[in-house]
Design a protein around this ligand. Structure first.
Ligand code: NAD
Length: 501
């Protein structure tokens, strides 16, 4: 074993897990029987582990386990469910270091980012644990005089599919509201980064989460994923990932007449006006596209800059990207790690090559580490808003810088893609800030800020960025449905041969 596989094994052992990913079904860690999947450390490009795809058979077991456990879970009081969730939040914090270390190794994300994301997972369980006994309907003053009230009921079993860019964060983000509202869960993390989702649920079970309520499938989308979408127990599909796979998942869900939430990609506009504090705007632009090596759905991948300050801001950003500390995700000082996997590395590299052939002048950081899937922070200059690299999600540390002249033009450029996930504006003019925030199509919009998120605030997109909402009270609505109950309290029931008015 290499030193890194030793670290991996030790941290997995600290979490009570072995060195290969196993699905967690009905409280048991089990192996699939499908094709072998290899986990590769994106910093060393060496194998970390190998495991068999869960396949359709384990998907079926997972759905049945969730269905059985949900029946019990929903009979518990909301307060009792909330207490279990507070225990989970504490357990996550108590195990933050091994969780963050395993995430850093497998996903190639800097350890400091992983620690923040693990803390956010604890926040998610604490936040939704607080909601568990506050989910109720309303009394509606219907004209007939009936007592009409609504209840928010759990859906039953939900199936969640998550990507590789923020695995434990995305897992906690979807599991917490689902169980707070009384649902059972089957979750399939990306086959490339499954272990922290297994670790999270395994930990949760040690502190009171009923076994089988949340089941984790370690495996592939077309096998385990499709089987779970189609399983009769599953009532809703929540997908976080690319628009291309989102289409496949939504189609499969629609064929089975199941609703879906799609949290997809973006091509978010980060708009800088000439009255902005350029130092702040530059720091914001760096964070927007270079943090996480740009592997963020809300990455500010289109930097729209008012022409009078365009050259100055691009120069500041070029200087800034040379200061960023690239390196080993396990190194405390590392600010940006490698691209998370070989296929994404090839995609980002191809996109930069194509942008060059489309006429982009490329400003790239001078140096990158000599091993690992590193793409240097890169600025594409000279492209227009209709070019391929400006219209397509790159999901890497690559930003297209585009000049504009007027507020109207900035808004038109911002809205000139098929996405609608996020955006930002940097300006000292508060009226303009509001006008731009109103008119840019985005589920999340920042003013003189970027990437501020919290579990209490709704998140989601439109068009190719998907539909439905996660976080906040909106997620409580996504994971419940309304039942309307009518009680006739009149001395003589008001029965009509048709509608009762
Ligand atoms: P992806 O679409 O390739 O995979 C996402 C998940 O879908 C994985 O678990 C994968 O195994 C599964 N999958 C693949 N084929 C499937 C099938 N036929 N049936 C069922 N499941 C299937 O996405 P990715 O490359 O892992 O992640 C990057 C993408 O995720 C980017 O587009 C990014 O913008 C998006 N993303 C969106 C958000 C958001 O909240 N909007 C958050 C994070 C990432």
């Amino acid at each position: 074993m290499t030193a890194r596989t030793d670290v991996f094994a030790a941290q997995m052992a600290a979490l009570g897990l072995g060195t290969r990913p196993q699905s967690l079904i009905n409280g048991e860690l089990v192996d699939g029987t499908g094709d072998a999947i290899t986990l590769i450390d994106p910093y060393t490009e060496q194998n970390l582990s190998q495991y068999p795809d869960a396949g359709a058979a384990l998907a079926k077991e997972a759905c049945l386990a969730a269905q059985a456990a949900q029946v019990e879970w929903v009979t518990m009081s909301g307060a009792a469910r909330g207490q279990v969730m507070q225990e989970i939040a504490r357990a996550v914090l108590a195990n933050a270091e091994p969780l963050a270390t395993v995430e850093a190794l497998v996903a190639g994300k800097p350890i400091r980012d992983c620690r923040v994301e693990v803390t956010k997972v604890a926040e998610m369980f604490a936040y939704y644990g607080g909601w568990a006994d506050k989910i109720h309907g309303e009394v509606i003053p219907v004209p007939s005089g009936h007592l009409n009230y609504t209840k928010r009921e759990p859906l039953g079993v939900v199936f969640q599919i998550t990507p590789w860019n923020a695995p434990i964060f995305t897992g906690g983000w979807q599991i917490a509201p689902a169980i707070a509202t009384g649902n059972g869960v089957v979750i399939k993390p990306s086959e490339l980064t499954p272990v922290t989702t297994v670790a999270l649920v395994y930990l949760a079970e040690q502190v009171g989460l009923p076994k089988g309520l949340v089941n984790v499938l370690c495996g592939l989308g077309p096998t385990a994923g499709q089987a779970a979408i189609e399983h009769q127990a599953v009532r809703k599909v929540i997908f976080v990932g690319s628009p291309e796979t989102g289409r496949v998942v939504a189609t499969a869900a629609a064929k089975a007449l199941k609703p879906a939430v799609l949290e997809l990609g973006g091509k978010s506009a980060n708009i800088v006006f000439d009255d902005a504090n350029l130092k702040h705007a530059c720091l914001g632009a760096q964070a927007a596209i270079f943090s996480g090596a740009g592997q963020s759905c809300v990455a500010g991948s289109r930097l729209l800059v008012q022409r009078s300050v365009h050259a100055e801001l691009v120069e500041m950003l070029t200087n800034g990207m040379n200061e960023i500390k690239l390196g080993d995700p396990l190194d405390e000082a590392t600010e940006v790690g490698p691209i998370s996997n070989a296929s994404q590395f090839a995609h980002v590299s191809d996109m930069v090559a194509r942008a060059m052939s489309d006429g982009a002048s490329v400003l790239s950081r001078d140096t990158t580490p000599d091993k690992g899937f590193f793409v240097p922070p890169t600025i594409l200059n000279g492209l227009s808003n209709i070019d391929h690299a400006v219209q397509t999600e790159i999901f890497g540390p690559v930003v297209a810088a585009i000049p504009f002249d007027t507020e109207e033009e900035a808004i038109a450029l911002a809205n000139g893609t098929d996405f609608g996930l996020a955006g930002a504006v940097w300006t000292a003019d508060v009226g303009r800030a509001h006008r731009v925030a109103d008119q840019v199509r985005a589920g999340t919009f920042w003013i003189n800020s970027y990437k501020a998120i919290h579990v209490s605030s709704p998140f989601g997109g439109s068009l190719n960025s998907g539909f439905g909402r996660s976080s906040g009270t909106d997620a409580l609505m996504e994971y419940t449905s309304a039942k309307s109950v009518w009680l006739d309290s009149a001395p003589t029931p008001r029965i009509a041969f048709g509608y009762v008015s």
